[in-house]
Design a protein around this ligand. Sequence first.
Ligand SMILES: Cc1cc2nc3c(=O)[nH]c(=O)nc-3n(C[C@H](O)[C@H](O)[C@H](O)COP(=O)(O)OP(=O)(O)OC[C@H]3O[C@@H](n4cnc5c(N)ncnc54)[C@H](O)[C@@H]3O)c2cc1C
Length: 389
Amino acid sequence: METIRTRVCVVGGGPAGVMLGLLLARDGIDVVVLEKHDDFFRDFRGDTVHPSTLNIIDALGLRAGFDAIDHKPLRQLDVVVDGIRLHAVDFTTLPPPNDSLTLMPQWDLLDLFADAGRQHPSFGLRMGTDVTDVVRTNGRVTGVVARSRDGDLRVDADLVVAADGRGSTIRDALRLEPAVNGVPIDVLWFRLPAPEVPMPDTLAWVTGGTMLVTILRPGYFQCGMIVAKDSFDGIRAAGIEAFRERVAGVVKLLSVQLNHLPEWWVPGALLIGDAAHAMSPAFGVGINYAIQDAVAAARILVPVLRGDADPAAIDRACAALQRRRSGPTLLMQGIQRVVHRAINRRPRRILHSPPTRRERRVLRIVLPIARRLLPRLAGYGFRPERLDF
Ligand SMILES: Cc1cc2nc3c(=O)[nH]c(=O)nc-3n(C[C@H](O)[C@H](O)[C@H](O)COP(=O)(O)OP(=O)(O)OC[C@H]3O[C@@H](n4cnc5c(N)ncnc54)[C@H](O)[C@@H]3O)c2cc1C
């Protein structure tokens, strides 16, 4: 078995893992990121780059590289409720220059971060490397074992960071149980051809009991239809012909999870991103939160890892990271739960066409608040991290 030694072994090359690898390497810390897939080209993970992430990209000096990749900034987003188009979200209320929500395929974003990491000699990224277990020495996590095309690999490290997503292998290996918040919804994920006539940027189409989120990609809409949890089999069996004809070949079920670990660390190992707290797609903040965890982790860990990497100091730093990030995460998950409950209400009309006088009065009050509040909530989340180290 090949054995390598590094200061930090990051398991999982998603937004949390690749960003953490880049930030540690930028500070000269030896880091190896292990990703089980051969490339980042996977769908169904969200495409949103939020203002807080754009701020990090600027601070890293990656703006030119980012701008060179095909992307679409969204400054205003409509929501169509019962056929009535509402101008519900206005990102221009945020401070410039990052006053937009930007759509970029996640594989492109990860490639950008990975390429930036490769500029630093202490950065290692091994694709096609599936971590199967942790290694323990005297009760402390001291590394991982993995399988790759080239054979078995063992990585010894002062710290193992699990950034391996909501189905985390490391979390299972450590026998850590997340506290699960029941989620009453799932997402049907499929593509539809984009209409030939350009239309206003539209986040979602809502009608009693159904919500369809639309993300415009070149030539097609990536659609996410929110349905009641575990209802997919029923929908398929019912054979909704028009629906099936259009999308049968490409529709997939994405099970939504919402959970959080009571403890984000054990001696020698830390969990971040979805591995510590699976986020639902509501407000599309999961990538943002994963990256914020990575930035906070780097800021807290770098001073400790630069020195003699004293195990007790590393563990204290992991505890400090949890203290910093768990509050903002739990707050956001609480709001996501409220959204799930609202979406999952019994089918009923929300607005009349045309809206009644009372509905118009409510909209006049609610819309200006939503226009300013939603961009802040989705764009930054709670306690946005800065790259000031
Ligand atoms: C339907 C749906 C839509 C979503 N849409 C959005 C959105 O639009 N915007 C948004 O911000 N968030 C969205 N999210 C949430 C978002 O996808 C996650 O919160 C975010 O990707 C978490 O990042 P992460 O780096 O923690 O984990 P992940 O992105 O899950 O990355 C984990 C990585 O670890 C790798 N890995 C797993 N196991 C191993 C192993 N054993 N060995 C090595 N590597 C391993 C995986 O291959 C993966 O690359 C959505 C979620 C769902 C379910």
